[in-house]
Design a protein around this ligand. Structure first.
Ligand SMILES: Nc1ncnc2c1ncn2[C@@H]1O[C@H](COP(=O)(O)OP(=O)(O)OP(=O)(O)O)[C@@H](O)[C@H]1O
Length: 906
């Protein structure tokens, strides 16, 4: 047998580590996709719509007046020249660009441009959808834009508007432009230095200048991204659209109105003539009220009646109003009176006329009401989303803030390596990071490159997070902990932005440790996803991580640790040297490891037991347990002891706790009828007898017919002989035969069988299939490995091979069946004895079995004898059992076996 087998506790990790190693191999040719092939959101492409020279927006150096003047001159020159060239005669539009004199134009801060006449025209066209009464605001804002310039994003928006029109997807863009435009106009109007708007310490806005400048800025721009410096206040916080000033609302409402009207086409008001009003509404008695607002009259209709009369008209819409203009209020009143006289409307039923003075705010709200509602809703939603991020990052632009939790080494991260037990190799490996963070010069002196990061891979609960925390605790540096899934949001680009933010924060706090838990959520191999179209957002986030890790300066003391249960699915680019340099495999603990972990957690518990014996026995009882299971079992034991008002936690409490962790709660409320109980007893006795008389079976610990957990009506428990790493064909055959013992006992002792053995069959089939397809244990098929990948649509073997596999699996199961049936027929009497005793006592321990059947005919190993052969005194609870872990059951020997009888038996 050339294939080495390992028990299931080790198998997963081993298999994982094999594939891990494969994926971890340096992939020389494989690195990130070339930028040009990345999705647009994955890399920050500055947009160049400007017809201006790249130097247009060069930021003058603030400390040199000469430079400033030069820059001003240049700016004026460029803008002026462009403007002059492009300036039309001004016949179009109410607001003529030439009204703003050239010499009133100031040099613009980075990120702002003067709009050309064509662009102003496009803007006016876009804003022409705004209700006529509000053109005053439009005119004012356009004047301001001409005078003070606008953010370059407005250009982009105008271009989009002209080319394709706006859609819901542009909402964020409009909001951002709104914010920048409102800021620009506010600042400019206040006469404040325009440069204040853009943090003078920040690098220049990449979008303001031409390609040359962008190239100079290099990767730094990429990091700052589209949000870039423009969104930051002086403290580096993102500027938040707080909506607190009037200009922001005016601009916001104005820009969102076209968007709104494109998405929800329809009118909210329309002008009509007096004659139309009379003919269509007044004469028909549809007018409910007339409201005079200065020189206009709003007609309020009786909606129900209008709907009946004009079901398809917009007039039936509750938010719709007709307006008409009047010369004077007196004339209007006279007209209304005359009309009503003609219609013989009695004085008591005359149409009421109200008078309103519509203030600036009122008229504004009236016109932009729906738009404001959208703005408000988006603002509220963004605040809510921001609120969940733990403060600091509220507002529309807070989406891109990282959600990483920061732990301060002085307060939160108190975990030390001593608290992490049972993974000595992993600890050694990671200690190097600690010494790197503590004494970087030691490495740098010799020219050694500092490792960038490590992937901690292993099954759930094995202490990956704990190890990362201990690394932070030992090195005494800040620790940023974030889960891979926290980068994912419904908006494209948010993940990448959060990654940027996280790394930027880490750099500021260097030396520090970033821990990304469950990195597989974003680090999944890109080739896998592409088969079904891929996931742009996830890929963009992954690309950003790759970029950030590349961008580390080797002297930057930022270590990135990542935890995953699935290293096999991670992208190769992520695993290559230079990114996650170290691959640390954390397996489930061995017997010794479990003992150490028990010792760590028992420190917090009050117990008078002999610690050496206690931890040894508990470790023997818990094969396959991860550190988290052990922590849970210890805590559960303390709870059980407290419930029993005990002064210290005793062995019996620990054992009950372990039993509970594995098998679930006892279900005393589940009462089986006598016939069912009898069937369950014979079923379990069948398993127990097999475990007792098969040489290679694991020693039996306990058999019970008390229902437990979610499905088991009864169970037999076995304890493996220590941490076995290999499994022989004999052991596998005995285990399969033992698993079939329940059904065969039913066959022998009852006229019919029940459905209770389906789970046993599943286990046996999987075991046999694995023997044939993976472990080379079929002579017919030979040493071939055919592990089926769930994602593969095709079988990795031919139809004829499939038939051989089927026949070999059947042969193996048939052999196990025969082996079991032969034994149980020979031991029919013993099965009866055990079953009847079970019916009386409901639970039998190993001692009971010895009493009923005599000693087991095969010797047990030393460890088992040491901890389980002297049960006397009744002080200890019956030894519990680790359950079989469904999927791993076939991968190798199970450390402890649980033969349950499913709920379906009922
Ligand atoms: N080696 C260990 N020594 C002591 N305690 C441990 C150990 N491993 C796990 N634990 C306990 O289990 C708890 C959970 O472990 P941790 O969160 O580190 O697991 P994990 O491997 O990160 O799990 P997941 O993959 O599900 O994120 C720890 O808080 C600790 O109490």
């Amino acid at each position: 047998m050339t294939t080495l087998l390992r028990p299931s506790t080790r198998q997963v990790a081993r298999l994982a580590s094999l594939s891990f190693r494969t994926t971890a191999r340096p992939s020389i040719g494989i690195s990130r996709l070339p930028r040009s092939r990345l999705p647009a959101c994955a890399h920050q492409i500055p947009r160049y719509y400007s017809s201006e020279s790249p130097n247009n927006n060069k930021k003058p150096e603030s400390n040199s007046s000469k430079n400033k003047k030069d820059a001003e001159d240049k700016n004026k020159e460029v803008n002026g020249a462009t403007k002059k060239e492009e300036e039309p005669s001004g016949e179009d539009g109410k607001v003529n660009a030439s009204e703003v004199k050239e010499d009133t134009k100031d040099p613009l801060p980075p990120g702002c441009v003067y709009l050309s006449d064509q662009e102003i025209k496009a803007l006016m066209e876009m804003l022409s959808r705004v209700p006529p009464a509000q053109t005053k605001y439009v005119g004012e804002v356009i004047q301001d834009i001409k005078k003070y310039g606008a953010p370059v994003e407005l250009r982009e928006l105008l271009l989009k508007f002209k080319d394709q029109g706006l859609s819901v997807a542009d909402t964020m863009k409009v909001l951002r432009t709104t914010q920048l435009l409102a800021q620009r106009l506010n600042e400019a109007k206040k006469g404040k230095a325009t440069d204040d708007m853009f943090d003078s310490n920040e690098p220049r806005n990449p979008f303001a200048s031409g390609q040359q400048q962008q190239q100079q800025q290099g990767s730094e721009q990429g990091r700052q991204g589209k949000g870039g410096p423009n969104n930051k206040d002086n403290q580096g916080r993102p500027r938040v659209f707080d909506g607190s000033d009037f200009m922001t609302w005016v601009v916001g409402a104005m820009l969102l109105y076209p968007l709104y009207s494109m998405i929800f086409p329809g009118e909210s008001s329309r002008e009509i003539t007096w004659q139309e009003l009379r003919r269509n509404f007044l004469d028909k008695g549809l007018v409910e009220k007339l409201v005079v607002i200065k020189d206009r009259v709003r007609v309020e209709l009786n909606r129900e009646a209008t709907q009946q009369m004009y079901p398809d008209s917009v007039a039936a819409n509750p938010n719709f109003h007709y307006y008409f203009t009047i010369g004077s209020v007196d004339a209007f009143e006279r007209r209304v009176e005359e009309a009503q006289d003609e219609l013989n409307i009695p004085p008591s039923e005359r149409i009421p006329v109200a008078y309103m003075t519509e203030g600036v705010i009122g008229s504004f709200l009236l016109a932009f009401g729906p738009t404001l509602m959208i703005v408000g809703l988006l603002y509220w939603m963004s605040r809510r989303a921001g609120g969940g991020m733990g403060g600091g990052s509220s507002g529309v632009f807070g989406f891109g803030k990282s959600k990483a939790k920061r732990f301060n080494h002085e307060s939160a991260v108190k975990v030390k390596f001593a608290d992490v037990a049972g993974m000595d190799e992993a600890k050694l490996e990671i200690m190097e990071f600690v010494s790197f963070l503590k004494t970087p010069e030691k490495f740098q002196r010799l020219g050694a490159k500092i490792p960038r990061g490590a992937i901690l891979a292993g099954p759930p609960g094995t202490g990956k997070t704990l190890l990362a925390k201990a690394t932070a605790g030992e090195s005494g540096v800040p620790f940023f902990s974030v889960s891979g899934s926290e980068f994912v949001e419904m908006f494209v680009g948010v993940g990448a932005s959060r990654v940027r933010d996280l790394f930027a924060t880490a750099r500021k706090n260097s030396p520090c440790i970033i821990f990304i838990d469950e990195i597989d959520a974003i680090g999944k191999s890109r080739s896998d996803g592409s088969r079904f179209g891929g996931n742009e957002e996830r890929e963009a986030t992954l690309n950003q991580i790759l970029t950030e890790m590349d961008g580390f300066n080797t002297s930057e003391q930022v270590v990135v640790l990542a935890g995953t249960n699935r290293p096999d699915i991670l992208d190769k680019a992520l695993m290559r040297p230079g990114r996650f340099d170290r691959h640390i495999n954390i397996d489930r603990p061995t017997m010794k490891g479990r003992q150490d972990i028990f010792k760590v957690h028992l420190k917090k518990i009050t117990t008078n037991e002999d610690l050496e014996y206690l931890t040894g026995r508990l470790a023997a009882l818990t094969p396959g347990f991860a550190g988290a299971d052990i922590a849970n079992a210890v805590n559960e034991a303390a709870l059980i002891a407290a419930r029993a008002n005990a002064t210290s936690v005793e062995m019996i409490h620990f054992e009950q706790a372990i039993e509970r962790v594995i098998g679930g709660l006892e279900r005393k409320s589940l009462v089986l009828n006598p016939e069912e109980k009898r069937t369950v007893a014979y079923h379990e006795a069948g398993h127990a007898i097999c475990g007792w008389y098969f040489k290679y079976a694991d020693p039996l610990l306990k058999v019970s017919i008390i229902p437990r957990g979610s499905g088991a009506l009864g169970y037999a428990q076995y304890l493996p002989q220590g941490d076995a790493y290999l499994m022989t064909v004999n052991q596998l055959m005995d285990r399969m035969a033992m698993t079939l013992g329940g059904r065969i006992s039913e066959e022998i002792h009852f006229p019919t069988v029940t459905s209770g053995a389906s789970d046993d069959f599943r286990k046996v089939t999987r075991m046999a299939t694995t023997m044939v397809t993976e472990w080379g244990m079929s002579e017919k098929l030979g040493p071939l490995h055919f592990k089926r990948d769930q994602n593969e649509l095709q079988k990795p073997f031919a139809e004829s091979t499939a038939q051989v596999i089927d026949s070999e699996v059947r042969r193996i199961v048939d052999e196990a069946y025969k082996q079991c049936k032969d034994l149980l027929l020979a031991k029919k009497k013993e099965v009866g004895i055990v079953a009847e005793e079970l019916l009386r006592k409901e639970m039998l321990t190993r001692d009971d079995m010895v009493r009923l059947l005599g000693p087991r005919p095969f010797a047990d190993n030393d460890e088992f004898t040491k901890f389980f052969n002297n049960e006397g005194g009744g002080k200890s609870a019956p030894p519990p059992f680790p359950t079989e872990n469904t999927d791993e059951s076939v991968k190798g020997p199970q450390p402890a076996v649980f033969q349950g009888r499913g709920e379906e038996a009922r």
